[in-house]
Design a binder for this molecule. Structure first.
Ligand SMILES: *[C@@H]1O[C@H](CO)[C@@H](O)[C@H](O)[C@H]1NC(C)=O
Length: 392
């Protein structure tokens, strides 16, 4: 009886896997001419693999074997794709040109646009950004720099097990997308590298970022206008500028940010912990329905911050106030150490004071003493142990 059952199970599995193997097609970039030598430009082979996978009506895998592949700017467009199940399995490293000017003004290095059902597993993306950072810090005129990996106007995306190092500008951008999962990624760049945000999300809905480690020179995760239903959980951040909603309100007309959860994050030596930042300028944007829960701060300069008076260089905003309405923001179980005396700071708009801010079980210390809190135009409640004493 047991044997018959096992036999049937095994027979079933064979048929099942046979079907998968029979219907999935794999395109190996090396078979299409890519050279894993880190020197030969393999952009064309990657684009051929994309065209083939995209043209196939069956689930397709693009396989990148171990080795290092030099790639210039590459746009993977899905506008004409027949396929909505493309897996890109990367066992190697993709290298940007060592001369930063090659992709430095291209906006992006690797961009996927109008794609549906694309999953990237594994791989290292090395944008070799150090030369550009040096140029920028020398005060010479330099290219802006490229985002390493962007998904734009796309749906049903998975990025899993990817490593991104030394981006010129942002590492990963999710723009105008729906249903995106980013997990087990490792992002690293020097704590001094300019504008190397880890993951930037904007105009997107249902994005989940899980189990990732981000060390960089700007925000670990930045959340731009039009972001809704965002879930961030189990992240290690630092060095970097923390997790930030904003900057918002740079434009007069701007979509709001709604329903964001940031859960179980450790911030190590970062400039900020959990932050909401808006320009001190009129705007019709808003932020509502945000939960920051279970955060550990280790020597963080501004662990809890709402800054509605962002005005870099004091240009185009002095004397103006932010029009962004911030409401229903909850902080639960936020603990650890602040590197400055004021660990909780709510500096809200005079025009639209922050409302519905709640603090529950917050314990932040400065030099082993309770830290301080500061509130301007901020309303809400606190419960449980709250240290520093709430100023709401
Ligand atoms: C808020 O977003 C989460 C995903 O992050 C989603 O599961 C939930 O349904 C959303 N809530 C509302 C009210 O839309």
């Amino acid at each position: 009886m047991v044997n018959t059952k096992s036999f049937l199970l095994v027979a079933f599995l064979f048929i099942f896997f046979d079907k998968i193997v029979a219907t999935a097609v794999t395109y190996n970039v090396v078979n299409l001419g890519a050279k894993p030598d880190g020197k030969t430009d393999s952009t064309k082979s990657f684009l051929s693999a994309w065209a083939a996978a995209c043209g196939s009506a069956q689930p397709a895998t693009i396989f990148v074997p171990p080795g290092s592949y030099l790639l210039g700017k590459a746009s993977f467009d899905g506008g004409q794709c027949k396929n909505s199940a493309i897996t890109i399995r990367i066992d190697g490293t993709l290298l940007a040109p060592s001369d930063y000017s090659v992709i430095g003004n291209a906006g992006n290095w690797l961009i996927f646009e109008h794609v549906n059902g694309v999953s990237i597993y594994g791989g290292t993306l090395d944008a070799q950004g150090t030369g550009l950072w040096a140029c920028k810090s020398s005060g010479e005129s330099c290219p802006t720099g490229a985002t390493t990996l962007e998904f734009s106007n796309s749906n049903n995306i998975m990025i899993s097990g990817l490593r991104s190092i030394n981006s010129q500008m942002f590492h990963v951008v999710i723009n105008s997308c729906q249903n995106v999962k980013v997990q087990e990624v490792k992002i690293s760049a020097s704590g001094k590298s300019p504008n190397t945000d880890g993951i930037h999300v904007q105009q997107s809905s249902s994005v989940t970022i899980l189990n990732s480690r981000i060390a960089t020179g700007d925000d670990c995760i930045s959340i731009g206008p039009g972001t809704t239903n965002l879930w961030i959980e189990n992240i290690a951040c630092g060095p970097g500028h923390g997790i930030s909603i904003g900057s918002l309100g740079k434009e007069m007309q701007e979509d709001g940010v709604q329903n964001v959860t940031v859960k179980t994050v450790t911030f190590m030596g970062t400039e900020n912990g959990v932050r909401i930042k808006t320009w001190g300028r009129p705007s019709n944007g808003f932020v509502r329905g945000v939960l920051f829960q279970h955060a550990t701060m280790i020597n963080v300069q501004n662990p809890v911050l709402i800054d509605q008076n962002y005005c870099p260089g004091n240009e185009n905003c002095p004397g103006q106030v932010s029009g962004v309405k911030i409401s229903d923001v909850a902080y639960e179980d936020i603990h650890g150490s602040s590197a400055t005396e004021v660990a909780v700071k709510f500096d809200c708009s005079k025009m639209h004071p922050c409302s519905g801010i709640t603090l529950e079980d917050v314990k932040l210390t400065y030099r082993n003493q309770p830290a301080q809190a500061s509130c301007v135009n901020a309303g809400g409640t606190s419960s449980g142990l709250v240290q520093p004493t709430s100023c709401l």
